[in-house]
Design a protein around this ligand. Structure first.
Ligand code: XMP
Length: 514
């Protein structure tokens, strides 16, 4: 493999992606593979180093994840973390046992500063521990390089064989000098050069896409979201007008969003590509008329999207390549990369391949984490507001209008949402809140406007902070911001006479309302 790579061998640890990200932060490309991956395959990848992750098991349990001990014999440096360290010891002849005192949380360890792993790390340093088992007896050839009060072998090493092991988790931020330790492993032990950078990624991708595509035709479904935008620009830089982007406006986008996407990717924008905007609002509204059940709405929107896209694709005729904005967490979460079994059912509207006449899929962002996609976007000169766009669900406002969807309701939620976003931005909160939007509750209630009785809708404002969107907290938006937004919404948006703020976290609520 020409690209310098470190491999994370995943034993089911919850931090597998975090380890890969930390390694990439060192400028070293890193991929995650399940422990079920064939040894020959791992060997063939010729990694500069391998990291065994933690995992929930005990290594003597029947069926516990394991690996062939041959991996220790091929001269590639290995770092075992938590379960990974215990497994390393176990496979090489050490003994694992139940720790007399279970360590959980921030624990101070004392390190041996002669260890390559601990170069420039303080002698006493705080580390994140989370284990029931521990190493009772090290495997032959190993020496202890750190200990804590309750763990005599908090870190171990066999320098001759370049094998390193830590009972704690260097990848989590609670381990104060963890990044230094990982960087020590990657540079001092594995001898990496650390030249994985976004500019070189962009440059190499453009070159590789050109070679692959030749004079072929490429089709891309553009949603205006970060991933599909970055993928489209990358493709357009590589193959220019051989690329056609189809943008389906389903009438469930945020206010002015369709025009914004067109301004960037359309004929007056900076990119030379074929851009087709399909204004399919009416089709979607008529399919959705009277439908109230959330999953049914999702399904209708998803299916109709495919129909519209298919019709456009037919007009273009056969294409050679179809672009998809898949990113690395999608790959890992769908079980292809690591060991995680979480499968998101609802990302990307673009599950299209069956319907389009094409030969091959191009997934130019398949290796990147979200923040890397954003960096690639900036590198490509995509405007900030697109690169830092908050996540927006494929079914759009369709799932932010509780109950049936009509053009009038879409307009109400668009207007209220635009005000909320403007006020959040005015308050300088747009970079710290992960996702924020307005939703139309299906509730109508009595109000008074001037001297008139009203019977109108209630808008719910939502703002959450989260790192992974699996759990989230309701954001503590200052009252003045909510107050001002409320007053603007009831004054500026017709048929809204009440505004609520959603204080619920996830769980028990979800981020979206449907
Ligand atoms: P929930 O509502 O499940 O949302 O807490 C978590 C994240 O996923 C997004 N989301 C969707 N994205 N299609 C999508 O492409 C969907 O059907 C969908 N439902 C939720 C949501 O915006 C949030 O970021």
């Amino acid at each position: 493999m020409e690209r310098e790579t470190v491999i994370v061998l995943d034993f089911g640890g919850q931090y597998n992606q975090l380890i890969a990200r930390r390694v990439r932060e060192c400028g070293v490309y890193c991929e995650i593979y399940s422990y079920k991956t064939d040894f020959e395959k791992i060997k063939a990848l010729q990694p500069k180093g391998i990291i065994f992750t933690g995992g929930p098991n005990s290594c003597y349990e029947p069926g516990a994840p394991t690996y062939t001990p041959e991996i220790f014999e091929i001269g590639i440096p290995i770092l075992g973390i938590c379960y990974g360290s215990q497994l390393m010891m176990h496979l090489l002849g050490g003994t694992i046992g139940k720790a007399p005192v279970r360590e959980y949380g921030k624990i101070e360890i004392t390190v041996d500063q002669n260890s390559k792993l601990f170069t420039d790390v303080s002698e006493k340093t705080i580390c994140w521990m989370s284990h029931n088992d521990y190493v009772e007896k090290m495997a032959p050839g190993f020496k202890a390089s750190a200990h804590s009060d309750n763990c005599p072998y908090a870190a171990m090493e066999n320098t001759e064989k370049n094998l390193y092991a830590t009972q704690f988790h260097p990848e989590v931020l609670h381990t104060k000098e963890g990044q230094k330790m990982l960087s020590n492993f990657v540079f001092n032990v594995c001898g990496c050069a650390g030249d994985w950078r976004m500019d070189s990624f962009v440059e190499q991708s453009i070159k590789a896409i050109r070679e692959k595509v030749g004079d072929g035709k490429v089709l891309c479904a553009l949603s205006g979201g970060v991933d599909s935008s970055v993928a489209a620009v990358l493709l357009s830089k590589a193959v220019g007008e051989q690329l056609t982007c189809v943008f389906v406006d389903h009438g469930l986008l945020r206010k002015n969003e369709g025009d914004e996407v067109e301004a960037v990717f359309g004929p007056d924008g900076p990119y030379k590509l074929n851009f087709i905007r399909v204004n399919a609002q009416e089709r979607f509204y008529s399919k959705l008329a009277g439908v109230t059940e959330p999953e049914r709405k999702r399904k209708i929107i998803g299916e109709e999207f495919i129909r519209v896209f298919e019709e456009e694709a037919k007009k273009i005729g056969a294409v050679d390549f179809l672009v998809q904005g898949t990113i690395y967490p999608d790959v890992v979460e769908s079980g292809v990369g690591g060991e995680s079994t979480v499968i998101k059912s609802h990302h990307n509207v673009g599950g299209l391949p069956d319907y389009v006449d094409f030969k091959e899929i191009i997934e130019p962002l398949r290796d990147l984490f979200k923040d890397e996609v954003r960096r690639a976007g900036l590198e490509l000169g995509i405007p900030d507001y697109l690169v830092y766009r908050q996540p927006f669900p494929g079914p759009g406002l369709g799932i932010r209008i509780i109950g049936d969807v009509t053009a009038e309701k879409v307009a109400m939620v668009q207007d209220a949402d635009a005000i909320w976003r403007e006020e959040i931005a005015n308050a300088g909160l747009d970079k710290t809140i992960s996702q924020y939007f307005a939703a139309l509750t299906n509730m109508r209630s009595v109000g008074v406007m001037g001297d008139e009785r009203t019977y109108d809708y209630a808008i719910a404002l939502r703002a959450v902070t989260t790192t992974d969107f699996m759990t989230a907290e309701s954001a503590q938006v200052p009252w003045e911001v909510i107050e001002k937004t409320t007053s603007r919404i009831v004054n500026e948006v017709k048929h809204i006479n009440r505004v609520f703020y959603d204080c619920t976290g996830k769980p028990p609520a979800t981020i979206e309302f449907e």
